[in-house]
Design a protein around this ligand. Structure first.
Ligand SMILES: [Zn+2]
Length: 393
Protein backbone atom coordinates (compact mmCIF):
# COMPACT_ATOMS: atom_id res chain seq x y z
CA UNK A 1 0.00 0.00 0.00
CA UNK A 2 1.19 3.45 -0.87
CA UNK A 3 -0.40 6.84 -0.16
CA UNK A 4 0.31 9.84 -2.39
CA UNK A 5 -0.34 13.36 -1.20
CA UNK A 6 -0.57 16.22 -3.67
CA UNK A 7 -1.41 19.93 -3.77
CA UNK A 8 -4.52 18.88 -5.68
CA UNK A 9 -6.24 15.54 -6.22
CA UNK A 10 -8.83 15.47 -9.01
CA UNK A 11 -11.02 12.40 -8.76
CA UNK A 12 -13.18 13.71 -11.68
CA UNK A 13 -16.20 11.81 -10.33
CA UNK A 14 -16.21 14.33 -7.43
CA UNK A 15 -14.79 17.85 -6.87
CA UNK A 16 -11.03 18.53 -6.58
CA UNK A 17 -9.49 18.01 -3.14
CA UNK A 18 -6.84 20.50 -2.01
CA UNK A 19 -3.98 18.69 -0.25
CA UNK A 20 -5.77 15.39 -0.91
CA UNK A 21 -4.46 11.84 -0.84
CA UNK A 22 -4.80 8.73 -3.00
CA UNK A 23 -3.98 5.32 -1.57
CA UNK A 24 -3.14 2.52 -3.96
CA UNK A 25 -2.45 -1.17 -3.56
CA UNK A 26 -0.31 -2.23 -6.51
CA UNK A 27 -2.49 -1.49 -9.58
CA UNK A 28 -5.69 -0.69 -7.69
CA UNK A 29 -6.99 2.48 -6.07
CA UNK A 30 -7.96 1.82 -2.43
CA UNK A 31 -9.14 5.25 -1.32
CA UNK A 32 -9.27 8.91 -2.37
CA UNK A 33 -9.94 11.80 -0.01
CA UNK A 34 -8.71 14.44 2.42
CA UNK A 35 -5.47 13.92 4.31
CA UNK A 36 -6.10 12.65 7.84
CA UNK A 37 -2.55 12.04 9.02
CA UNK A 38 -0.14 9.14 8.62
CA UNK A 39 2.83 8.50 6.35
CA UNK A 40 2.58 9.69 2.75
CA UNK A 41 4.67 10.06 -0.37
CA UNK A 42 4.34 13.83 -0.67
CA UNK A 43 4.41 14.77 -4.34
CA UNK A 44 4.40 18.51 -3.67
CA UNK A 45 2.91 21.05 -6.06
CA UNK A 46 1.29 18.70 -8.55
CA UNK A 47 -2.23 17.76 -9.57
CA UNK A 48 -2.99 14.04 -9.45
CA UNK A 49 -5.68 12.97 -11.89
CA UNK A 50 -6.75 9.87 -13.81
CA UNK A 51 -5.00 9.11 -17.11
CA UNK A 52 -6.62 10.81 -20.09
CA UNK A 53 -8.80 9.07 -22.66
CA UNK A 54 -8.29 9.75 -26.35
CA UNK A 55 -11.62 8.53 -27.68
CA UNK A 56 -10.73 8.73 -31.37
CA UNK A 57 -7.48 8.12 -33.18
CA UNK A 58 -6.05 5.92 -35.94
CA UNK A 59 -2.64 4.79 -34.67
CA UNK A 60 -1.91 2.84 -37.84
CA UNK A 61 -1.81 6.10 -39.83
CA UNK A 62 1.02 7.45 -37.66
CA UNK A 63 3.56 7.09 -40.49
CA UNK A 64 1.60 9.81 -42.37
CA UNK A 65 2.57 12.44 -39.83
CA UNK A 66 2.96 15.76 -41.68
CA UNK A 67 2.48 14.10 -45.09
CA UNK A 68 -1.16 14.94 -45.86
CA UNK A 69 -1.34 18.71 -46.15
CA UNK A 70 -4.28 20.63 -44.66
CA UNK A 71 -7.04 21.25 -47.18
CA UNK A 72 -10.13 23.46 -47.32
CA UNK A 73 -12.17 20.53 -48.67
CA UNK A 74 -12.47 17.35 -46.64
CA UNK A 75 -13.15 15.06 -49.64
CA UNK A 76 -10.02 16.50 -51.31
CA UNK A 77 -8.05 15.92 -48.12
CA UNK A 78 -9.34 12.32 -47.92
CA UNK A 79 -8.43 11.73 -51.56
CA UNK A 80 -4.82 12.71 -50.88
CA UNK A 81 -4.75 10.50 -47.79
CA UNK A 82 -6.03 7.54 -49.81
CA UNK A 83 -3.49 8.15 -52.58
CA UNK A 84 -0.68 8.22 -50.02
CA UNK A 85 -1.97 5.08 -48.33
CA UNK A 86 -2.03 3.22 -51.66
CA UNK A 87 1.69 3.96 -52.01
CA UNK A 88 2.61 1.48 -49.27
CA UNK A 89 1.98 -2.25 -48.96
CA UNK A 90 1.40 -2.20 -45.20
CA UNK A 91 1.36 0.16 -42.23
CA UNK A 92 4.92 0.34 -40.85
CA UNK A 93 5.09 -0.68 -37.15
CA UNK A 94 7.74 1.71 -35.81
CA UNK A 95 5.69 4.92 -36.23
CA UNK A 96 2.81 3.15 -34.44
CA UNK A 97 5.06 2.24 -31.50
CA UNK A 98 6.45 5.79 -31.43
CA UNK A 99 2.95 7.29 -31.45
CA UNK A 100 1.86 5.03 -28.58
CA UNK A 101 4.93 6.05 -26.58
CA UNK A 102 4.18 9.73 -27.31
CA UNK A 103 0.56 9.33 -26.23
CA UNK A 104 1.71 7.70 -22.99
CA UNK A 105 4.20 10.50 -22.35
CA UNK A 106 1.39 13.01 -22.78
CA UNK A 107 -0.72 11.28 -20.13
CA UNK A 108 -3.05 9.05 -22.15
CA UNK A 109 -4.07 5.72 -20.60
CA UNK A 110 -6.79 4.63 -23.04
CA UNK A 111 -7.51 5.14 -26.73
CA UNK A 112 -10.36 4.46 -29.11
CA UNK A 113 -8.21 3.21 -31.97
CA UNK A 114 -9.73 2.82 -35.43
CA UNK A 115 -7.96 0.20 -37.53
CA UNK A 116 -8.45 -1.36 -40.95
CA UNK A 117 -5.57 -3.81 -40.55
CA UNK A 118 -4.96 -4.60 -36.85
CA UNK A 119 -1.38 -3.40 -37.46
CA UNK A 120 -1.74 -1.67 -34.09
CA UNK A 121 -2.57 -4.81 -32.13
CA UNK A 122 1.00 -6.00 -31.42
CA UNK A 123 2.41 -2.53 -30.63
CA UNK A 124 -0.54 -1.93 -28.27
CA UNK A 125 -0.12 -5.32 -26.63
CA UNK A 126 3.54 -4.58 -25.98
CA UNK A 127 2.85 -1.08 -24.69
CA UNK A 128 0.20 -1.73 -22.06
CA UNK A 129 -1.87 1.22 -23.36
CA UNK A 130 -5.53 0.21 -23.06
CA UNK A 131 -7.62 0.38 -26.22
CA UNK A 132 -11.03 -0.15 -27.67
CA UNK A 133 -9.95 -1.43 -31.08
CA UNK A 134 -12.41 -0.47 -33.76
CA UNK A 135 -12.04 -2.75 -36.77
CA UNK A 136 -13.42 -0.37 -39.36
CA UNK A 137 -15.19 -1.53 -42.50
CA UNK A 138 -15.85 0.41 -45.69
CA UNK A 139 -18.02 -0.60 -48.63
CA UNK A 140 -20.50 1.62 -50.36
CA UNK A 141 -21.02 -1.02 -53.01
CA UNK A 142 -20.80 -4.15 -50.86
CA UNK A 143 -22.61 -7.04 -52.57
CA UNK A 144 -22.41 -9.37 -49.56
CA UNK A 145 -22.36 -7.38 -46.28
CA UNK A 146 -22.65 -10.51 -44.14
CA UNK A 147 -19.52 -12.00 -45.69
CA UNK A 148 -17.56 -8.80 -45.06
CA UNK A 149 -18.65 -8.77 -41.43
CA UNK A 150 -17.92 -12.48 -40.98
CA UNK A 151 -14.38 -12.01 -42.28
CA UNK A 152 -13.80 -9.22 -39.74
CA UNK A 153 -15.30 -11.36 -36.98
CA UNK A 154 -12.89 -14.16 -37.90
CA UNK A 155 -10.00 -11.69 -37.71
CA UNK A 156 -11.07 -10.65 -34.22
CA UNK A 157 -11.54 -14.24 -33.09
CA UNK A 158 -7.98 -15.00 -34.18
CA UNK A 159 -6.49 -12.28 -31.95
CA UNK A 160 -4.89 -13.55 -28.74
CA UNK A 161 -6.86 -12.40 -25.67
CA UNK A 162 -5.33 -9.33 -24.01
CA UNK A 163 -7.30 -7.93 -21.05
CA UNK A 164 -6.67 -4.25 -21.93
CA UNK A 165 -7.47 -4.57 -25.67
CA UNK A 166 -11.11 -5.01 -26.75
CA UNK A 167 -12.06 -5.23 -30.39
CA UNK A 168 -15.33 -4.58 -32.15
CA UNK A 169 -16.46 -3.98 -35.73
CA UNK A 170 -17.48 -0.47 -36.80
CA UNK A 171 -18.53 1.34 -39.99
CA UNK A 172 -16.43 4.20 -41.40
CA UNK A 173 -19.07 6.80 -42.34
CA UNK A 174 -22.47 7.20 -44.03
CA UNK A 175 -20.87 8.12 -47.39
CA UNK A 176 -18.55 5.10 -47.46
CA UNK A 177 -20.70 2.28 -46.05
CA UNK A 178 -23.91 1.03 -47.64
CA UNK A 179 -27.08 0.92 -45.52
CA UNK A 180 -27.09 -2.89 -45.58
CA UNK A 181 -23.45 -3.10 -44.48
CA UNK A 182 -24.12 -0.47 -41.82
CA UNK A 183 -26.89 -2.65 -40.37
CA UNK A 184 -24.85 -5.87 -40.60
CA UNK A 185 -22.05 -4.16 -38.66
CA UNK A 186 -24.49 -2.89 -36.03
CA UNK A 187 -25.41 -6.50 -35.24
CA UNK A 188 -21.84 -7.83 -35.39
CA UNK A 189 -20.52 -6.89 -31.94
CA UNK A 190 -23.51 -6.79 -29.57
CA UNK A 191 -23.01 -4.66 -26.48
CA UNK A 192 -19.73 -3.24 -27.74
CA UNK A 193 -19.15 0.43 -28.57
CA UNK A 194 -19.89 1.45 -32.15
CA UNK A 195 -17.78 4.34 -33.45
CA UNK A 196 -18.80 6.13 -36.67
CA UNK A 197 -17.43 9.25 -38.38
CA UNK A 198 -20.60 11.32 -38.48
CA UNK A 199 -21.53 14.81 -39.63
CA UNK A 200 -17.86 15.62 -40.19
CA UNK A 201 -17.94 17.67 -43.42
CA UNK A 202 -20.51 19.89 -45.07
CA UNK A 203 -20.13 17.71 -48.17
CA UNK A 204 -21.50 14.76 -46.13
CA UNK A 205 -24.65 16.76 -45.43
CA UNK A 206 -24.98 17.54 -49.13
CA UNK A 207 -24.41 13.89 -50.07
CA UNK A 208 -27.08 12.61 -47.68
CA UNK A 209 -29.52 15.30 -48.78
CA UNK A 210 -29.53 14.55 -52.50
CA UNK A 211 -26.62 12.24 -53.36
CA UNK A 212 -24.57 14.98 -55.00
CA UNK A 213 -21.30 16.78 -54.38
CA UNK A 214 -17.66 15.93 -53.80
CA UNK A 215 -18.20 12.66 -51.91
CA UNK A 216 -20.33 11.38 -54.78
CA UNK A 217 -17.62 12.40 -57.25
CA UNK A 218 -14.95 10.65 -55.16
CA UNK A 219 -16.98 7.43 -54.93
CA UNK A 220 -17.45 7.51 -58.71
CA UNK A 221 -13.76 8.13 -59.34
CA UNK A 222 -12.92 5.15 -57.10
CA UNK A 223 -15.44 2.99 -58.98
CA UNK A 224 -17.49 2.28 -55.85
CA UNK A 225 -20.55 4.44 -56.46
CA UNK A 226 -23.79 2.47 -56.19
CA UNK A 227 -26.49 3.83 -58.56
CA UNK A 228 -29.15 1.86 -56.67
CA UNK A 229 -28.55 3.88 -53.49
CA UNK A 230 -31.33 6.31 -52.63
CA UNK A 231 -30.27 9.48 -50.80
CA UNK A 232 -32.06 9.54 -47.44
CA UNK A 233 -32.77 13.27 -47.70
CA UNK A 234 -31.98 13.83 -44.05
CA UNK A 235 -29.10 14.61 -41.71
CA UNK A 236 -26.48 12.06 -40.63
CA UNK A 237 -27.88 11.37 -37.14
CA UNK A 238 -31.42 10.94 -38.48
CA UNK A 239 -30.09 8.68 -41.22
CA UNK A 240 -28.24 6.48 -38.73
CA UNK A 241 -31.29 6.49 -36.48
CA UNK A 242 -33.44 5.18 -39.32
CA UNK A 243 -30.93 2.34 -39.74
CA UNK A 244 -31.18 1.54 -36.01
CA UNK A 245 -27.67 2.60 -35.02
CA UNK A 246 -28.44 5.46 -32.64
CA UNK A 247 -28.29 4.10 -29.11
CA UNK A 248 -26.06 4.19 -26.02
CA UNK A 249 -23.33 2.21 -27.83
CA UNK A 250 -22.84 4.93 -30.43
CA UNK A 251 -19.77 7.16 -30.58
CA UNK A 252 -20.70 9.83 -33.12
CA UNK A 253 -17.27 11.12 -34.07
CA UNK A 254 -16.94 14.80 -35.11
CA UNK A 255 -20.56 16.02 -35.45
CA UNK A 256 -19.30 19.33 -36.86
CA UNK A 257 -22.43 19.67 -39.00
CA UNK A 258 -25.28 18.27 -36.93
CA UNK A 259 -28.41 20.18 -35.99
CA UNK A 260 -29.66 20.92 -32.48
CA UNK A 261 -32.47 18.42 -33.07
CA UNK A 262 -29.89 15.77 -33.93
CA UNK A 263 -27.88 16.60 -30.81
CA UNK A 264 -31.06 16.20 -28.79
CA UNK A 265 -31.63 12.80 -30.41
CA UNK A 266 -28.09 11.68 -29.53
CA UNK A 267 -28.61 12.86 -25.98
CA UNK A 268 -31.92 11.05 -25.63
CA UNK A 269 -30.31 7.86 -26.91
CA UNK A 270 -27.44 8.11 -24.42
CA UNK A 271 -24.94 8.26 -27.29
CA UNK A 272 -21.57 10.03 -27.06
CA UNK A 273 -20.33 12.75 -29.35
CA UNK A 274 -16.55 12.64 -29.82
CA UNK A 275 -15.03 15.98 -30.79
CA UNK A 276 -11.61 16.32 -32.48
CA UNK A 277 -11.33 20.07 -33.14
CA UNK A 278 -7.71 20.25 -34.30
CA UNK A 279 -8.31 17.57 -36.93
CA UNK A 280 -11.51 19.30 -38.08
CA UNK A 281 -9.51 22.42 -38.87
CA UNK A 282 -6.78 20.45 -40.69
CA UNK A 283 -9.15 18.46 -42.90
CA UNK A 284 -11.36 21.40 -43.83
CA UNK A 285 -14.35 20.00 -41.92
CA UNK A 286 -14.67 23.32 -40.07
CA UNK A 287 -14.92 24.38 -36.44
CA UNK A 288 -17.01 22.06 -34.28
CA UNK A 289 -19.73 23.89 -32.29
CA UNK A 290 -18.47 22.52 -28.98
CA UNK A 291 -20.49 25.07 -26.99
CA UNK A 292 -23.63 23.68 -28.60
CA UNK A 293 -22.54 20.10 -27.93
CA UNK A 294 -22.28 20.78 -24.20
CA UNK A 295 -25.41 22.96 -24.13
CA UNK A 296 -27.42 20.11 -25.69
CA UNK A 297 -26.61 17.84 -22.74
CA UNK A 298 -25.16 15.12 -24.99
CA UNK A 299 -22.22 13.20 -23.55
CA UNK A 300 -19.07 14.73 -25.05
CA UNK A 301 -15.74 12.89 -25.32
CA UNK A 302 -12.52 14.15 -26.88
CA UNK A 303 -10.16 12.67 -29.47
CA UNK A 304 -7.16 13.79 -31.47
CA UNK A 305 -7.88 11.79 -34.65
CA UNK A 306 -4.77 10.52 -36.45
CA UNK A 307 -1.34 12.00 -37.04
CA UNK A 308 -2.43 12.43 -40.69
CA UNK A 309 -4.56 15.39 -39.53
CA UNK A 310 -3.04 16.61 -36.26
CA UNK A 311 0.40 17.68 -35.06
CA UNK A 312 0.61 15.31 -32.10
CA UNK A 313 -1.42 12.91 -29.95
CA UNK A 314 -1.22 15.16 -26.88
CA UNK A 315 -4.79 15.24 -25.58
CA UNK A 316 -3.88 18.17 -23.33
CA UNK A 317 -3.17 20.14 -26.54
CA UNK A 318 -6.60 19.14 -27.87
CA UNK A 319 -8.14 20.49 -24.68
CA UNK A 320 -6.71 23.94 -25.40
CA UNK A 321 -8.77 23.97 -28.58
CA UNK A 322 -11.84 22.62 -26.79
CA UNK A 323 -11.54 25.43 -24.25
CA UNK A 324 -11.12 28.04 -27.03
CA UNK A 325 -14.26 26.85 -28.81
CA UNK A 326 -16.31 26.42 -25.64
CA UNK A 327 -15.26 29.33 -23.40
CA UNK A 328 -18.33 29.17 -21.17
CA UNK A 329 -18.28 25.46 -20.37
CA UNK A 330 -16.97 24.77 -16.84
CA UNK A 331 -13.43 23.36 -16.87
CA UNK A 332 -14.61 20.42 -14.74
CA UNK A 333 -16.96 19.30 -17.52
CA UNK A 334 -14.23 19.42 -20.13
CA UNK A 335 -11.91 17.37 -17.91
CA UNK A 336 -14.71 14.86 -17.37
CA UNK A 337 -15.04 14.62 -21.17
CA UNK A 338 -11.33 13.87 -21.49
CA UNK A 339 -11.45 11.12 -18.85
CA UNK A 340 -14.62 9.54 -17.46
CA UNK A 341 -16.94 10.14 -20.41
CA UNK A 342 -14.37 8.84 -22.87
CA UNK A 343 -13.79 5.76 -20.70
CA UNK A 344 -17.54 5.12 -20.51
CA UNK A 345 -18.01 5.46 -24.25
CA UNK A 346 -15.17 3.00 -24.88
CA UNK A 347 -16.52 0.50 -22.34
CA UNK A 348 -13.71 0.94 -19.80
CA UNK A 349 -15.39 3.00 -17.07
CA UNK A 350 -15.36 0.19 -14.54
CA UNK A 351 -11.59 0.41 -14.39
CA UNK A 352 -10.46 3.77 -15.81
CA UNK A 353 -11.58 7.38 -16.21
CA UNK A 354 -11.74 8.54 -12.58
CA UNK A 355 -10.04 8.13 -9.22
CA UNK A 356 -12.40 5.86 -7.31
CA UNK A 357 -11.77 2.86 -5.05
CA UNK A 358 -11.50 -0.34 -7.06
CA UNK A 359 -10.40 1.32 -10.29
CA UNK A 360 -6.96 0.85 -11.82
CA UNK A 361 -4.25 3.11 -10.44
CA UNK A 362 -3.36 4.82 -13.72
CA UNK A 363 -2.45 8.03 -11.95
CA UNK A 364 -1.08 11.10 -13.63
CA UNK A 365 0.87 13.82 -11.81
CA UNK A 366 0.96 17.19 -13.55
CA UNK A 367 3.40 19.79 -12.27
CA UNK A 368 1.70 23.05 -11.28
CA UNK A 369 3.12 26.58 -11.31
CA UNK A 370 3.47 28.29 -7.94
CA UNK A 371 0.64 30.73 -8.77
CA UNK A 372 -1.69 28.14 -10.29
CA UNK A 373 -5.03 29.64 -9.30
CA UNK A 374 -7.84 27.47 -10.73
CA UNK A 375 -6.28 24.02 -11.11
CA UNK A 376 -8.96 22.68 -13.46
CA UNK A 377 -8.60 25.68 -15.76
CA UNK A 378 -4.82 25.34 -15.66
CA UNK A 379 -5.10 21.76 -16.98
CA UNK A 380 -6.79 23.16 -20.11
CA UNK A 381 -4.05 25.68 -20.79
CA UNK A 382 -1.66 23.47 -22.78
CA UNK A 383 0.13 20.97 -20.55
CA UNK A 384 3.36 19.73 -22.09
CA UNK A 385 4.79 16.20 -21.69
CA UNK A 386 7.71 17.55 -19.62
CA UNK A 387 5.20 18.49 -16.91
CA UNK A 388 3.49 15.09 -16.89
CA UNK A 389 4.58 11.90 -15.15
CA UNK A 390 2.93 8.60 -14.33
CA UNK A 391 2.89 7.47 -10.71
CA UNK A 392 4.18 3.93 -10.45
CA UNK A 393 2.59 2.04 -7.64
ZN1 LIG B 1 -11.07 9.40 -37.72
Amino acid sequence: MLTYRAAWVLPVASPPIGGGVVTVDRDTIVSVGAYRGGPVDDLGNVAVLPGLVNAHTHLELSWMRGQVAPNASMPAWAASLMALRRSVSHEPPQPIADAIADARRCGTCLVGDVTNTFATFEPLRESGLSAALFRELLGFKAPDPQAVVRAAQDQIAALPPVPWLRASIVPHAPYSVSPALMQAIAHASPGRPLSVHLGESIQEIEFLRDGSGEWRALLESLGVWNPAWTPPGRGPVDYLDELGLVDARLLAVHGVHVTDAELARLRAAGATLVTCPRSNRWTGAGEPPIDRFFASGVRVAVGTDSLASVEDLNLFAELVEVRRLAPRVPAARILESATLIGAGALGFDRELGSLEPGKRAQLLAVRLPSNCGDVEEYLLSGIQPADVRWLDS
